[in-house]
Ligand binder design. Structure first.
Ligand code: NAD
Length: 439
């Protein structure tokens, strides 16, 4: 079993650390955020992710995991150091902001006292792993280490399952290491658990870095495609739900990521496709499909706000809109680039008051939107719906599928239901007396 340090204990670092511990490795999770570490040391999970608490309790009981802010001693005592810090979008350039990754590389450098593999799990542009290597070498010219790229494909909301039962594991190593070498041996040992579960693909570093961006960009394009097809279906009187089911049955297309909705958001797709187009520009390569996806998705959120306004007799001024769902998707408290938040901002700009409900994402939304008298938060969908002029389903939390339509009909005012996630059966909504607007 390998001794692993995971630097950065966010959505990816925490899940990776806990899952490595679950499959038997000895893990130290490191974060510079003292509050986060203090919570974890007390057995509390600082984010919402289904099932994580049980994995944490098991790992702690088995003495497989510890949490610390002490990066130096963690690096010294482990053989593999995973970097899982954020690589957010640089708002000015649109490229990935690598400052957190490079800072960690500097911090690791001075603490390498025996052979280590420095593994980048964060999503980073081509060339970053080699830059990490250069940074470490510059600070500690005698350091004995190799770098590896190991992009992560988990999805928030089902992160444990995704991590433990991935479609594939990708490991990029430098040429000297790909065939054989100490870094390959260590990475094979870490991922030996997955040998019977998923293909473990060893490749060069640039390819591993590109695989992550190409994969996210393809999925984003698929969502953008079905959203545009949905618009056309609406105009020509076709049913996009049936269309999606039918085209998804073609094995070459597949049925995943074919649900039309309010556009993609989250901490990955928007920033990763933008970062990919920036890599392409720097290399004078045209990625027109990916660029179009960015434009299409940007317009989508405004289009959705327009759809809501149109459904409200062309104005939301002084109207109360109940928005059900704030997270960028169901199963998470993450609101980064959430379509729901973008739509709420637009509706408020147009004079609306918002009654907001989300099972998990209210605290993050309050942080993002600050003290805003145009938005009130509620603890149940029914509370949010009371006295609202219309209802918008903006995030696919399963509970919205089973809303008691008779009950909400009595609570709200104008019988307008706008279902941006196609969660409610239109026939049932109309039977209950709603003017139903789906996608
Ligand atoms: P996050 O913001 O949730 O977590 C990052 C953590 O790193 C934070 O807890 C922060 O305090 C910590 N950190 C920052 N600098 C540090 C330092 N110097 N030392 C120690 N800790 C430090 O980010 P995330 O969502 O887990 O994403 C991490 C990376 O994984 C990103 O590159 C992201 O693109 C990629 N990724 C994310 C997902 C996802 O679903 N969230 C999926 C796949 C890949």
């Amino acid at each position: 079993m390998t001794k692993i340090a995971v630097i950065g204990t966010g959505y990816v670092g925490l899940v990776s650390g806990l899952c490595f511990a679950k499959i038997g490795h000895n893990v130290i999770c490191v974060d510079s955020d003292e509050t986060k570490i203090a919570k974890l040391q007390k057995g509390e999970i600082p984010i919402y992710e289904p099932g994580l608490k049980a994995v944490l309790d098991e790992a702690v009981a088995n003495k497989k995991i510890t949490f610390t802010t002490d990066l130096a001693s963690s690096v010294k005592s482990c053989q593999a150091i995973f970097i899982a810090v954020g690589t957010p979008q640089d708002e000015q350039t649109g490229s990935a902001d690598l400052s957190y990754v490079f800072k960690v590389a500097e911090q690791i450098a001075t603490n390498i006292d025996s052979y280590k593999v420095i593994v980048t799990k964060s999503t980073v542009p081509v060339g970053t792993n080699l830059q990490v290597k250069k940074i470490i070498r510059k600070i500690n010219e005698d350091a004995d280490f190799a770098v590896a790229s190991n992009p992560e494909f988990l999805r928030e909301g089902c992160a444990i399952d995704d991590f433990l039962r991935p479609d594939r594991v990708v490991i990029g190593l430098e040429e000297v290491e790909v065939g054989q070498g100490e870094a390959r041996r260590i990475m094979e040992e870490i991922y030996s658990y997955f040998n019977k579960i998923a293909p473990v693909i060893f490749t060069d570093i640039a390819t591993a870095e590109m695989i992550k961006y190409a994969s996210n960009s393809f999925l984003a394009m698929k969502i953008g495609f079905i959203n545009e097809i949905a618009d056309l279906c609406e105009k020509v009187g076709a049913n996009v739900r049936k269309l999606s089911e039918a085209i998804g049955l073609d094995a070459r297309i597949g049925n995943k990521f074919l649900n039309p909705g309010p556009g993609f958001g989250g901490s990955c797709f928007p920033k990763d496709i933008l970062a990919l187009t920036n890599i392409a520009k720097k290399n004078n390569v045209e990625l027109s499909l990916v660029e179009s996806t960015i434009i299409s998705n940007g317009k989508r959120k405004i289009k959705m706000a327009e759809k809501i306004i149109a459904a409200n007799n062309k104005s939301v001024d002084e109207k109360t809109i109940a928005v059900l769902g704030l997270a960028f998707k169901g199963g998470t408290d993450d609101i980064r680039y959430s379509p729901s938040i973008a739509i709420i901002k637009e509706l408020i700009k147009r004079g609306a008051k918002i009654h907001a409900y989300d099972k998990e994402a209210i605290p993050n939304t309050q942080k993002e939107l600050g003290n805003n008298s145009d938005i009130s938060y509620f603890e149940s969908p029914y509370e949010a719906i009371k006295q609202a002029d219309s209802i918008v389903i903006a995030t696919e939390w399963e509970e919205f599928r089973n809303l008691d339509l008779e009950k909400i009909k009595k609570l709200q005012k104008n019988n307008i239901l706008i279902d941006l996630r196609n969660m409610i059966d239109p026939k049932k909504a109309r039977l209950a007396g709603f003017k139903y607007f789906g996608i």
